[in-house]
Design a protein around this ligand. Sequence first.
Ligand SMILES: [Zn+2]
Length: 110
Amino acid sequence: MTTNANPREYLRHTVAAPDGVHLNRRMREVEISWPDGRTDKLSCLALRAACACSSCLHAKRSGRLALYDADITIVDAKPFGVSGLQLFFSDGHSRGVFPWAYLRELGEVE
Ligand SMILES: [Zn+2]
């Protein structure tokens, strides 16, 4: 029972903050430039699906199927301390916190 990591666990890992985070509303994606030169483009939809706040995690664990509007966007992104981002989605959901290490991993998956 250790593989399904709670993204909050990532807060304990140190991943350097990106050089820049750019919200591309037209493309509905977030562009993250990392200090090592890598650039990740994460779609708003993928990020919404990856939200790991307690209510989303609970929904996933209970097997509830979550359907998101393909047109979903991120209306705002704010730093969450020094360790990540809080994303505000157009469906009104803003409880998710995305630590840098989690965002790195999502970029590797895409
Ligand atoms: Zn959530």
